[in-house]
Design a protein around this ligand. Structure first.
Ligand SMILES: [Zn+2]
Length: 68
């Protein structure tokens, strides 16, 4: 079962909940017990794609000396 992250709009509490993809109802906030929660985008996929920061490196054309 997939693990989704939720955040409470009322108290801002963030929690994880194992819920089915077919489930449409949002879980209650374990902190304030309110149903005013929203599902956050899955953060687990960010693990693999890390690094590769923007590096603008110019590569000069290879010029061999004494061409003939
Ligand atoms: Zn809450």
């Amino acid at each position: 079962m997939p693990l989704f992250e939720f955040k409470c709009n009322d108290c801002g509490y963030q929690f994880e909940e194992l819920t089915s993809s077919t489930a449409t109802e949002l879980p209650l906030c374990p902190e304030c017990k309110k149903a005013d929660t929203k599902k956050l985008p899955s953060l687990t996929s960010l693990g693999s794609v890390a690094g590769q920061s923007g590096s603008n490196q110019f590569q000069a054309p290879s010029c061999s000396p004494g061409g003939g």
